[in-house]
Design a protein. Structure first.
Lengths: 290, 474
């Protein structure tokens, strides 16, 4: 019985690996926010050759930047912004994989805990690294259930957009989201914690700068009610204090009322495209000014 | 150490190889138990070695008490056993219930309240403390009941080894099953490689890891939104599916852990008690508790419900005893009043059910509509009560219930609902297979290897993001 079971498992594994290798599935196979994060991280770790990254711009940030429509920027952009995590995780991942991009586009909205997520660390450990690199079927983006989800998402794309719009139109829900976010953003972290976090960020970013990686900071707009909260203002101040305008490039924040937000904090579909294009233009301006 | 970690895998392989090496069986040099004790100590102290002092202290108290209860002066036996139990409970209360006591009776901003709040909860303390209590009580009972005789060896050295092994054996150390001394200690003997029941171990390990890695670890990333205030913005359908998902997750997580524990113990020649027996097919609450976390429910029955008088002191006392047992059982899980409420809910359900059965004797045919209706009723009631596990603040439970009925107009993320149901489905199948297998055993036996093959395949290709075990917090 044991031998037969193992035989069945091996056969299934071989068939599945073959299908994955010979098909070019481009669906979004993430099943939830966390798996979306890990798929991005694993993709960066296992599937991006270091030499290909050398000319790319890597976007680093939180769920706020994850909403950016990276495809509209062209092939030379990689989005390493993570849901519920912060810029630190993306920066640390770039550092640990030793894949040097041409430019790091760093979001300033959220400065979270500076401890690399265990799931990312696990993906980097040799125990996961080598099997995952060798067998595509072990990677999170190729999970059988993920493929089913990817197929469904692809099929129901229009319906899902419609639902998102409907969700956005619910003003009561929007206000509830904004008030919940506001409650979080009103209380500023103590300076001791912020200084500790920014010292870590400074060290990381300075190291990248020394390696001739271009650093550009940007801030994604929020709903006006959240834009003026103490945490948002203080975080911005800290960035300018730790990374002076003379040494680092900043992309100016556009007028926040020109955008529509899905929940007060994340840009909604069309606004995400508009803001992404704004970023692209500003980046080009920075490049041209050099 | 987690059963799902690579470090554990290495420890397991090394322990297994050394355990069955021939030199272990030389006369007077039986080192098998020492090998397992050593690897259990590494297993427990891997992340927090300082906790080993507590484990050693707890073990020493129980080893000494049980020895002197057995061989000390007969007139002091009762006193010694009581003292042993009290020390165990005080240690448990100090580490586990300090935050609850602090929050209820003291100002937690400073002073004693703050101190109590900062006391860490040592992993597995509820489990090894109960096992220690079992050792003391069983030894005490040994003087009057043959079932409990000869648990304590005359040689103090052998007794230390046996008892400490009973408490620390790594498969059950941090999350059970809670062993009883009279079930486990008689199993201690030389074990041989040729005697391993490979098929039993394989089945336990494959189902256990499948439930944990594929079902529970995937579901956890959906039920993680079941926190305040996140759930306030979710639709009724999402909230309902998350609640059901959590019910399946907690089963898959804990039953998965228990099955892995059974499989691992089997590799070393020991049989641990079955901890879950398809609980979601229960038609009554009492049946549910005969099938869910069996090692805890039997422990509470033997060491609490019976000593309280059980059902021997009249109907009213029986209902009261049931409720007391379940409230304390609830508090065993965690230091928050919501756990006591959870226990009270189950205690009252058991008492009302008993009262109902005492008044009306209704026979229900298996496979009838009412039979399935009862399964659904018990499952939904139990699932609703799990909310008290997930949201330890009672106000939030009320808000969740309110949102469940009022958020009907909000947009549902159907993909998430679909995935919650999809990942819950193996647990439903697991229970259906059990029911149907009894009717057509030959058919299911033929299919068995294919089912295990598919589970193995999914363990490798569809495991969720790594997560700790829910019951570690207890």
């Amino acid at each position: 019985m044991i031998k037969k079971s193992i035989f069945i498992a091996v056969i299934l594994l071989v068939i599945f690996e073959t299908i994955i290798r010979f098909s070019n599935i481009q669906w979004d196979t993430s099943q939830n926010d966390k798996s979306a994060n890990l798929i991005s991280a694993q993709n960066f770790i296992y599937n991006f050759p270091a030499e290909d990254i050398a000319n790319d711009t890597v976007i680093i940030g939180s769920s706020i930047s994850r909403k950016l429509v990276t495809d509209s920027l062209g092939k030379r952009f990689v989005n390493l912004a993570f849901n519920a995590w912060s810029s630190y995780d993306g920066l640390e991942l770039v550092k640990l994989t030793q894949k040097k991009p041409a430019c790091l586009l760093i979001e300033m909205n959220v400065v979270g805990n500076q401890k690399l997520q265990e799931d990312v660390t696990a993906s980097l450990s040799p125990v996961s690294y080598y099997p995952n690199k060798a067998f595509k079927s072990f990677q999170l983006q190729n999970q059988p259930v993920g493929l089913v989800v990817g197929y469904l998402k692809n099929m129901l794309k229009a319906r899902m957009e419609e639902m998102k719009l409907k969700k956005r139109e619910n003003q009561e829900l929007y206000n509830l989201n904004v008030s919940m976010e506001k409650e979080k953003l009103i209380n500023v972290l103590p300076d001791s914690i912020l200084n500790a976090r920014f010292n870590v960020l400074k060290k990381l970013i300075e190291d990248f700068k020394k390696q001739n990686i271009k650093i550009v900071f940007f801030e994604v707009p929020f709903d006006e009610q959240l834009m003026n909260t103490a945490t948002v203002i203080k975080t911005r101040e800290y960035f300018h204090q730790y990374f002076s305008n003379k040494e680092y490039k900043y992309i100016d924040l556009p007028a926040v009322n020109d955008f529509i937000y899905s929940d007060g904090i994340h840009l909604s579909g069309k606004s995400a495209i508009v803001y992404t294009q704004y970023l692209k233009t500003e980046l080009n301006n920075i490049k041209n000014s050099n | 150490m987690l059963f799902t970690s690579f470090a554990f895998f290495i420890l397991l392989v090394l322990t297994f190889v050394i355990y069955y090496l021939p030199f272990n069986f030389f006369k007077k040099a039986n080192t098998q138990l020492l090998v397992l004790i050593l690897s259990s100590v590494i297993f427990y102290g891997y992340y927090a070695p300082e906790l080993l002092f507590l484990l050693a202290f707890s073990g020493a108290v129980n080893v000494l008490t049980s020895y002197y209860v057995s061989f000390g002066a007969p007139k002091h036996r009762m006193l010694l056993a009581t003292a042993g139990i009290v020390i165990n409970l005080v240690v448990l209360a100090f580490f586990k219930y300090s935050p609850l006591i602090a929050g209820t009776f003291f100002n937690t901003d400073n002073g004693i309240g703050f101190f109590l709040l900062t006391i860490p909860l040592p992993i597995g303390i509820s489990f090894f403390t109960f096992e220690g209590i079992s050792l003391v009580i069983d030894t005490y009972k040994g003087h009057t009941d043959d079932k409990f005789k000869n648990l304590v060896d005359k040689s103090f050295k052998t007794h230390i080894r046996n008892s400490f092994f009973f408490i620390v054996f790594f498969p059950h150390l941090v999350s059970g099953p809670i062993l009883k001394a009279h079930d486990f200690i008689p199993q201690i003997s030389n074990k041989f490689f040729k005697d391993i029941d490979w098929e039993y171990c394989f089945k336990m390990l494959v189902v256990g890891y499948f439930l944990k890695l594929v079902v529970a670890d995937n579901l956890k990333d959906f039920t993680s939104s079941l926190v305040y205030p996140g759930f306030m913005t979710l639709s009724t359908l999402t909230l309902a599916s998350m609640l059901l998902g959590y019910s399946f997750q907690i089963f898959a997580d804990f039953a998965g852990y228990s099955l892995i524990a059974l499989g691992l113990a089997g590799l070393f020649g020991y049989r641990l008690m079955q901890n879950f027996n398809f609980p979601y097919i229960s038609t009554t609450f009492s049946e549910f508790w005969r099938r869910w976390h069996i090692s805890l429910s039997t422990f509470l029955k033997e060491y609490l419900y019976f000593p309280l008088g059980g059902n021997k002191k009249g109907k009213v006392r029986t209902y009261i005893n049931l409720t007391i047992t379940m409230v304390l059982g609830g508090l065993w899980h965690g230091a928050a009043w919501s756990y006591a409420v959870w226990g009270a809910f189950h205690g009252l359900a058991l008492a009302i059910e008993r009262l109902f059965n005492d008044k009306f004797k209704i026979a229900i045919k298996p496979n009838s509509f009412f039979y399935y209706f009862k399964i659904l009723f018990v499952f939904l009631s139990v699932s609703l009560a799990w909310l008290l596990f997930k949201l330890p603040n009672f106000d939030q439970v009320i808000m969740y219930m309110k949102a469940l009925f009022t958020n009907t107009g909000l947009v549902t993320n159907y993909i998430s609902v679909f995935l919650i149901l999809l990942y819950s489905f193996p647990v439903v199948l697991y229970h259906i297979f059990y029911l149907k297998r009894q009717a057509k055993p030959a058919f299911f036996n033929k299919l068995e290897y294919a089912v295990y093959g598919v589970m193995l395949f999914l363990i490798f290709t569809n495991s969720g993001t790594p997560g700790t075990f829910i019951y570690f917090q207890f």
